[in-house]
Design a protein around this ligand. Sequence first.
Ligand code: 5GP
Length: 180
Amino acid sequence: MDTVQLHDKQFQIFISKDKIKKAIAHLALQVMEDMDDQETPVFIGILNGSFMFVADFVREYKKDCHLSFVKLASYQGTNSTGKIKQLVGVNEDLKGKTVVILEDIIDTGNTLAEIYEIFREQEVKQLKIATLFFKPDVFKKDLPIDYIGIPIEDRFIVGYGLDYDGLGRNLPDVYQLMNN
Ligand code: 5GP
């Protein structure tokens, strides 16, 4: 399939599943090499977009690890800042653990900033960030990203877990929005 139609928009093939597979194998190897032998990391996937990435990543990670998924949910706060993000799904105590966040894509970095904010309170030993896709031209934050799979230009993508208004998450390859 060279193009797909999702709702009102057309997308063209951009990154093949084979290229994604190689990038993930490389990411997993980098994380493994950096990990102290005594260390059992807790991988935390940020839902919904990261589910496919995480499933493939942990199959390439050949040492012991723990795995959890979390969701960032907005709720209307009662204070003046209005919307506050909250983490849903962390049931285990992360205190003193090495946590590696697995993100599908980092764009502006707003989500990443919230993740840093939330995990600071958890008193983890080490917090590392791995993202499959990264848009360097849009990223505005002065925050470290430890592992980057595939840097991409600033165009909207779908597939491999990423959606356009609910559709496209099941596509094995990644597609890019077409200019009309
Ligand atoms: P950020 O907070 O870094 O701006 O954006 C992070 C979130 O925005 C991602 O987790 C993802 O849900 C969404 N996002 C950013 N860029 C894209 C894109 O190109 N395609 C899709 N489907 N979602 C994106």
